[in-house]
Design a protein around this ligand. Structure first.
Ligand code: SF4
Ligand code: SF4
Length: 98
């Protein structure tokens, strides 16, 4: 990593990541569990801001296109509400050395 990269915001760094987005999601949440969830851990543990809560409906919004495939949300969700899988072959985040 270059020295000047440390001065960039997280959003700027995320904007440098390349993806080949699939048209279908690889992350599904059980909305019934989300509606009863007070912690909303997914909304702050994800480094790519994939999860947010719709203020009106209370449903969890999942912007799977930004997923870095780290797996943290699946581990951290207190209700085991995330059906997590890798994107199909050829889709998802593109890491330089993969
Ligand atoms: S932490 Fe789990 S249960 Fe809670 S809102 Fe997020 S996905 Fe739903
Ligand atoms: S796998 Fe990582 S980057 Fe993808 S949604 Fe979960 S926490 Fe966010």
């Amino acid at each position: 990593m270059k020295k000047e990269d440390n001065k960039k915001s997280i959003q700027d760094k995320l904007n440098t990541i390349k993806y080949n987005c699939d048209s279908k999601t690889h992350l599904k949440v059980e909305q019934k569990k989300c509606l009863k969830c007070r912690e909303k851990t997914c909304t702050f543990i994800c480094p790519a801001n994939v999860y947010s809560t719709d203020e009106e409906s209370g449903y969890t919004i999942v912007q799977y296109e930004n997923c870095l495939e780290c797996g943290a949300c699946k581990i951290a969700c207190p209700k085991d509400a995330i059906d997590w899988d890798y994107p199909d072959a050829g889709y998802g985040v593109i890491y330089k050395n993969s």
